[in-house]
Design a protein around this ligand. Sequence first.
Ligand code: PEP
Length: 256
Amino acid sequence: MTSERRPLIVGNWKMNTTLAEARILAYNIVHLVGVPKDVDVAVCPPFVSLPIVAEALRGSPVALGAQNLYPAESGAYTGEVAPNMLQGLCSYAIVGHSERRAYFAETDEFVNAKVRTALEYDLTPIMCVGETLLQHEAGETTKVLQTQTMGGLVDVEDVSMVVIAYEPVWAIGTGVAATPDDAREGIAVIRSTIADARGQDVADSVRILYGGSMNPQNVASLLEQPGIDGGLIGGASLNVEQFIALVRAAEERERE
Ligand code: PEP
């Protein structure tokens, strides 16, 4: 089944890898991935490793992404990284990851500012949304996804330029992925929320990924669900064989 939305497999290395490890991981990915057929691939190393990984990715189809950005060009924001520092170096920027929402108190309003900033600086935002376990068990998933999706897209003119990752918080780093049905339903809620606000054509153009304990064992059952356009991968992206297996699974889906 070939979808018009090109699948995207993104590795989020989080706060892992030294400079030396990042370089080796990037070289190994480039070496093994070759030229993925009909699939986009990106890796998001820690900020300090971006230049070294950019060097390793040079000439390969693997794109580079940042894990975050600050919505201002410069100023007294100790420890933050501005979009103009990433422009030209990165293609993507993850924004609103649940770890940032939880540990750094990022609100939908702040995530929205980051989404708009990323677009302004030619970075494709990968905006993460997802419910916590408590919200899931309380039956609030739909409401949370609607609120985070619309909150993050306020005043975004071209929503088709945004990638969204549905990441149920309870599935991240736990080894317990969402069932294919839950992942499909969550993504359907996000897409219909966009359709209601911006029209079906826009909703159909947006790539929506699943994230949360995706691995070589569960990837096929997740990617075969309609509407799931790829994956945002944490743990398995640090292991080159596992990451490549996820890329191959996305290629396989496009062949079917
Ligand atoms: C993530 O951090 O975005 C993620 C999906 O992590 P993991 O694959 O380890 O659950």
